[in-house]
Structure formats: structure tokens, C-alpha cells
Design a protein around this ligand. Structure first.
Ligand code: HEC
Length: 575
């Protein structure tokens, strides 16, 4: 790793006297950005436009910074109850969440510490030294002040006590709707070591194309579910401002989970810190291809219809007419399977007919005696569920889902309208075990049906479920609707120990991901699953169709649900 201080927007390099008023550069326009804090909570700048100012303090666990925190607390107290929100930002490339939690406890830090592990936000905001304070006007996405907290911490200062309070002055001006007089005062904190790769060292063919291929092209290809195909350099260059934005806001790849859990599950979309850095640096340098050949155009990815190969049973779901407009009630389709013998399913895959209208399918099984509501509820999300980005459902080794002679599938289908009439003819592929497996896959949920979220408010919800027998957890999946903001699964073991097993800082309704464990997780009898989530029914939630309504439980997307679904197998063979 080498330091490239010049590659980023370093504004504080000139060795000039401490006070510099930069009226022209002051109102630095910045990109919207999202970061996860040390508690695993999600922050997005554009979701804070109800504030007049956002204050970020460049944190690291150094003596100088610890010293400054007391003075920061005084500033916070001074603006208590006003439309100002304070955060710390940690751009040291090596800070882990667990380490930051310890530091916060030790140093009695109550502010969320935003983890800028890729350092791209520090670069964007022009933060170059520890202890720097940045004041952002979230409405205009501009930096209105940057630099030292007060004159004790200004470059070259020998002051023992602060007599000039730059951040206080800036906030006072912003709250009064006035221009900030001193927009930048160079601080005297230690320089942050930037590890961003220099643009000149990034090659389109060798660096950028492999990232796109691995992280994006499965959806962004001709016939894929994404709105544009990453088919050649020109496309990427044309879309590069948007690509930069989705990286800064962590919108793509979609359905990102807390990086702590990326390796615990199959098929989690994610992008590494180094990959994001390379893409952003390359885009900022003009997104050029200087390689004389277009490696992306040569890829020609093949869009496989079935990810698992040809299924043993293919079910053609009867074609569904979807009108141009109007709310669609759930459709429950009973599909007899006409099986000649009982079979055991080992994986299920869904191929949507028209993915623009198909919101979800949940496939439940029923037996020869027909459908029984209790039975269905015990299946959680049944054999499997389709939602965008979640077409395949697999079970662990040695376990399967039984389908009985005389029975079939009960499909719960949900459609949304797009303004265009269409027909959806989806298909379901079932992959079978040759021999009965050792265990039957079971399902369930930690659910809360009592939902009552007042207008313009947020609410944290908790639902629990106890496991009665020793089991292995194989899948978990949160389900909320448009107000869903974040989701979290924990286990409370019989000995009282609590373990977080998944954190989804930015729950996205459009991406109904379920998460299959790579290694099923042992759950001793008596363990309780705790599913926590937040509803955001404020106007700051860009997906909220109506913040002025009280939210209660309901099937439609503008109503809410609160389910922590799971699949498991019992430790003792139950067949
Ligand atoms: C699982 C499928 C999937 C993957 C993987 C994926 N995308 Fe997307 N992408 C989509 C879909 C679907 C949309 C449109 C809907 C949306 O914005 O959620 C989209 C939209 C976008 C947009 C346009 C946003 C807009 O508002 O118009 C950009 C830019 C983008 N993706 C970039 C990327 C990049 C870069 C990667 C890889 C790092 C990536 N995507 C990975 C499915 C995907």
C-alpha cells in the first residue's frame, strides 16, 4: 500500500497562515453518500434534508482526537434541539466495526461513527486531517465549512484556549440563513493516510472490467434484469456518473448487507473496498480506456435460463393477465403436480415471465388432503420464494422438502402494475433428490402482526421465535414493505449469550433477498431468534408513498409487514 495524497482532493496543503476564507471554493458541491456506522446503522446524506446542517468530525483513536472530543461535545450542547446533526467519520482504512465499538465505549463516544473504510467520502468532502470538521448543508449538498473546530486546532496555532470558534460561527450562520464567513481553516491534526489507488495505476482491461464482470454483469447484460447492459466501454463511460453515484450511496450492487456477514451466505451481492476505490478513482479520471482493445465487449456473457442446469420438473405457471393500472390483490394459484410417487426437492428456481410486474411468488406445498392453513404457516416461505435478485432457493446437504402424491403447489403471486397491460407466464424449476435425504427442511418466521406506525415517524420493531429442538438454521430473510429501513437478526442462546447473525443496514423493499447460510448454523434447543427492524414512515424515506398515513399490517405494499423468515432442519433426523 502506498500513500497518494495528491490523488485526492487535498485542499489543505498550502502552508499558508491559518485563516483562509475561500468564498469561491467554499460551497463545494458534493455527491450524495451513504455510510454504515459502528453500530451497523445506515446513514444517507439525502435522507437528512430535514436538517439545516450535518456536522462530521474526522475521528481516529489518537490522543489529539480524544482531547478534541470534549470541545466537540460543548458545541453539540450549544446546538441541542436545533436542526443540526452531529456524526463522527472514521476514514482510517483499517477500522473494523468491532474495534470501533470498543473505542466508542472506552472513550465514551455517543455519536455514531460513520465508517468510511474506502476513504472515498473523506476524499469527496476534502477531509485530509484528523480532527477536521466538515459542515454540510444537506439540502444543497454543499460543504459550507471545512477545517479546524476552533483556533486551538488551527495550523500553526499556539493558542491554549480557543478564542475563535469556527464551527460554532459556521453553524450559527447556516441556521440564520447567512453565508459562512470563514469557509475553511486549515487544521493541525495528523494527516490521514490515504490508500486510494492513483488513477494512473488503474487499467480498464485489467482492473475495471474484472470488477464489472464479477459484481455487476450478471444483471447488467442484454436480457438481464437491470435497465442497461454493461456491454462495452462506451456504455460504462456514458453511465459512469450514475455508477459513481450508486457506489457512493451503496445502492449497487443491490441489497448490500453489513460487510461483516458477506462471507457467511451464498450469493450475497457486494463489492469490496478496493474495488469501489478503483472504480471511483477511474471514473474521476475520465473513465478512459487506453488499452487499445475493449475487454468488456469481448466478454459476451451467456444468460442461463436455469442456474442449476435443467430442472427435474418444470412447472409452467398459468399465464396471468396483468392490467395496466390498479392495485392487484394477491393471487393464490393451486397447481396440482400429478406426481406418481412422493419426491424430495433439493432446490427450487423461478424464472419470471415479466419481471417488470412480477413482485413475488411464494411456493408452498400441499398434500393429498389439500390445503391446510396451519400447515402453510409452518412452512415460512414454503419451498422457496421469488423476488427480484432472488430466483434460486437451495437447501443444505442431506435435506429436502417433501412433495406428496396427490398434492401440489400453492403459489402466492403478487403483481404490481406499470401502466402497460401485460401477461406474465413464469416458470418454476424443481430439482429433486434421487434418494430421500436425511432431513426435512422446515420453515417459520419471527413475526409481528400488530403494526401501528404514526404519520411522520419512525418505529423500531422486534419479533421473536423460540426453537424447541436442537436445529440447524439454513436461511434467514427479512420482509417489510416500503417503510422498511433496516433489518437485523440475532440469536439469544439458552446460556444468555447474544450473537448477531445478519445485519442489513439499508433494507431495500425492491430487493427481497433471502440469505442461505454457507454452513448451516447450529441452534441449541431453547434459543430465541430476535428479528429487529425499523420502519421509516417519515418524508425522508424516498420510497414512502404517504408519510401522512398511519401504517398498519396489510398485504399491499403501502401497508406493512414485519417478518423475519427462516428455514431450518432439526438436528435429529426427522424422516
Ligand atoms: C442483482 C442484479 C444487479 C447487480 C448485481 C447490479 N445491478 Fe445495477 N441495477 C439492477 C437493477 C434491477 C437496476 C434498476 C432498478 C434499481 O435501480 O434498483 C439497476 C440500476 C443500476 C444503475 C442505474 C441507477 C438509476 O437510478 O438509473 C446503475 C448505475 C447500476 N445499476 C450500476 C451497477 C453497478 C456498478 C453494479 C456492480 C458494482 C451493479 N449495478 C450491479 C440490477 C443489478
Amino acid at each position: 500500500m502506498f500513500k497518494v495524497l495528491t490523488a485526492v482532493k487535498v485542499l489543505a496543503t498550502a502552508a499558508i497562515a491559518s485563516l483562509v476564507a475561500l468564498s469561491a471554493q467554499a460551497a463545494d458541491s458534493i455527491s450524495d453518500f451513504s455510510l454504515v456506522d459502528h453500530n451497523g446503522k445506515f446513514f444517507q446524506l439525502s435522507r437528512h434534508t430535514d436538517k439545516k446542517a450535518i456536522v462530521l468530525f474526522a475521528h481516529d483513536d489518537t490522543r489529539d482526537v480524544r482531547r478534541m472530543v470534549g470541545e466537540l461535545n460543548e458545541v453539540m450542547a450549544q446546538f441541542d434541539g436545533q436542526k443540526v446533526a452531529f456524526y463522527m467519520i472514521d476514514s482510517s482504512a483499517d477500522a473494523s466495526r468491532a474495534a470501533l465499538v470498543k473505542i466508542a465505549t472506552k472513550n465514551e463516544i455517543t455519536l455514531p461513527i460513520l465508517m468510511d473504510d474506502s476513504q472515498i467520502v473523506a476524499a469527496e468532502l476534502g477531509i485530509s486531517q484528523l480532527g477536521d470538521v466538515v459542515v454540510i448543508d444537506p439540502a444543497t449538498k454543499t460543504v459550507v465549512y471545512r477545517g479546524a473546530l476552533n483556533n486551538r486546532y488551527a495550523e500553526g496555532s499556539k493558542a491554549r484556549n480557543a478564542s475563535e470558534h469556527y464551527v460554532v460561527d459556521a453553524l450559527t450562520a447556516v441556521l440564520a440563513g447567512n453565508e459562512v464567513a470563514a469557509a475553511e481553516v486549515v487544521g493541525n491534526g495528523d494527516a490521514i493516510e490515504f490508500t486510494l489507488p492513483a488513477a494512473a495505476s488503474i487499467s480498464y482491461s485489467n482492473d475495471i472490467v474484472p470488477i464489472l464482470e464479477q459484481r455487476c454483469v450478471s444483471c447488467h447484460q442484454e436480457g438481464g434484469i437491470a435497465p442497461f447492459a454493461m456491454s462495452n466501454h462506451q456504455m460504462i463511460q456514458g453511465w459512469s456518473p450514475m455508477i459513481r453515484e450508486v457506489l457512493y450511496t451503496k445502492r449497487m450492487p443491490p441489497g448490500q448487507v453489513d460487510s461483516l456477514y458477506v462471507n457467511d451466505f451464498h450469493d450475497v451481492y457486494h463489492i469490496t473496498v478496493e474495488e469501489s476505490q478503483k472504480l471511483v478513482q477511474w471514473i474521476d479520471a475520465g473513465a478512459k480506456n487506453e488499452d487499445g482493445t475493449d475487454a468488456l465487449a469481448k466478454l459476451r456473457p451467456v444468460l442461463a435460463k436455469w442456474n442449476h442446469g435443467e430442472p427435474d420438473i418444470i412447472i409452467q405457471v398459468p399465464a396471468q393477465q396483468i392490467p395496466a393500472t390498479g392495485v392487484q390483490d394477491y393471487r393464490n394459484l393451486q397447481i396440482p403436480l400429478n406426481l406418481e410417487k412422493d419426491v424430495w426437492v433439493k432446490a427450487v428456481e423461478f424464472v419470471p415471465g415479466d419481471s417488470t410486474v412480477l413482485h413475488h411468488i411464494i411456493a408452498f406445498a400441499y398434500g393429498a388432503d389439500g390445503m391446510n392453513e396451519f400447515d402453510l404457516l409452518n412452512q415460512g416461505i414454503g419451498l422457496g420464494a421469488y423476488a427480484p435478485g432472488n430466483s434460486i432457493n437451495t437447501y443444505p446437504d442431506e435435506s429436502g422438502f417433501p412433495l406428496k402424491v396427490g398434492g401440489g403447489l400453492m403459489l402466492q403471486m403478487h403483481y404490481t402494475t406499470t401502466g402497460k397491460e401485460t401477461t406474465d407466464a413464469s416458470e418454476i424449476g424443481l430439482y429433486l433428490w434421487d434418494e430421500p435425504p436425511a432431513r426435512q427442511v422446515l420453515g417459520g418466521s419471527a413475526a409481528e402482526l400488530e403494526i401501528d406506525v404514526p404519520p411522520f415517524s419512525t418505529k423500531e420493531m422486534v419479533a421473536t421465535k423460540k426453537f424447541r429442538k436442537d436445529s440447524y438454521l439454513t436461511m434467514i430473510g427479512p420482509h417489510m414493505h416500503f417503510r422498511g429501513y433496516d433489518a437485523n437478526f440475532k440469536l439469544v442462546y439458552p446460556d444468555g449469550r447474544t450473537e448477531e447473525i445478519l445485519n442489513v443496514p439499508n433494507y431495500q423493499f425492491n430487493w427481497q433477498k433471502t440469505y442461505d447460510f454457507k454452513e448451516p448454523l447450529f441452534i441449541p434447543a431453547g434459543t430465541e431468534m430476535v428479528f429487529t427492524g425499523t420502519f421509516d414512515n417519515t418524508e425522508m424515506n424516498p420510497f414512502n408513498p404517504d408519510p401522512s398515513s398511519t401504517i398498519s399490517w396489510g398485504e399491499q405494499t403501502w401497508q406493512e409487514m414485519f417478518f423475519g423468515f427462516f428455514r431450518y432442519v432439526e438436528a435429529d433426523s426427522n424422516i
